[in-house]
Design a protein around this ligand. Sequence first.
Ligand code: PLP
Length: 420
Amino acid sequence: DDAKARFVVRNSTSLKLHEEAVKSLPGGNTRSLLHNAPFPVFMKSGKGHQVFSEDGHTYTDFVGELTAGLYGHSEPTIQKTLVDTIQNTGLNLGATTKLEAQYAALLCNRFKLDLVRFTNSGTEANLHAIQGARRFTGRRKVVVFTGAYHGACFYFPEDQPAENCVDLEDWVIAEYNNIEDTKAKIERSGDIAAVLVEGMQGAGPCIVGTHEFLHQVQESARKVGAVFILDEVMTSRLAPGGLQELEGLTPDITSIGKYLGGGITFGAFGGREAVMRVYDPRDGTALAHSGTFNNNTLGMAAGYVGLSQVYTPEVNRRFNEIGSRLREKLQKVSQGTKMTVTGRGTIIGVHFLKDGRRELKSIREKKDDMDLKELFWFEMMENGFWITRRGSIALILGTPAEELERFVKCVEKFLERHES
Ligand code: PLP
């Protein structure tokens, strides 16, 4: 309660802005995940790896825009590209451009896709991947997993789809990381068009799919002729060729998004030619797939430059090693406490479990100590770390090593204070 009281005092400008915002936005918010009780902090600007709040506080940005903010707030190559594009290309040309073909070729090469199509978001990428799979197979049902988040209208917190989920009746929900259940649901349900899975469940946060589980998903999907869709919207940054490269997976379709737009709204799905051809408009019976901003010049240009010049394979590997080292340090300082650390590479999940369990294979196993989790969020903010309330951290390129060290120290002190 003390921490909450201090929060209210420290963020009084945000409170005023929130009171104004509720007059025109439901709850003062347009991205539910960012709503935090008692009210959300309003950010004013960002630079490099930092964000600055309307209340005058500076934070190291560990939200990292839920992995989309990989380049930070002012990466010079990206900034220059955006300005050049605005000045010399124009915003949207209502036509096919060289920019999109160039970026498509790069993405196909990096992620081993035969063909790719662009969308405005990861949500749309998954929607179209599913529609493509349905057309390709002539079937309806889609297997997904408990705890999955595939976008704004694709969320499976439990063994029921979320209430606002599209196509409520067509989902078959298997338990994440449960090999027997996965086999049974994919191989025995019938009429399965696609299996859609994340290699690590971001909403967990960061429940890592085991190698055996992910390969079982692939094998069972292949066995019944369903399209295997790997949702790499979050995980594509974990290795030069994405998590599929790390795990040796060969999905039929991969969906991507987030940082691959260079900070601009973005999504894409791509993979095997035979499946992607259902979207080939030269074929009169093809599925239509439009979207005014699918090939917007800013996203195409910033995404291309980001992936080809900034987040090169070498930078990618180094960056993820930094993330892994940070996670190991957090694991070390949290031994014997209620804190559990999950994730891969530069994407980390921090959990406070009632029973202090160390390994988390499924969202069902999570029994959060909400008081401690909340306190962690308040106290890390007081220490200048901006983290999602659910406890996920997505690192930003160029975050100084000293800041990561300082974070580990703060966590250690927090645990000493509250875990004894
Ligand atoms: N899939 C995964 C795994 C995600 O993490 C997200 C977003 O957090 C999405 C899909 C949806 O992407 P977008 O927010 O761009 O619609």
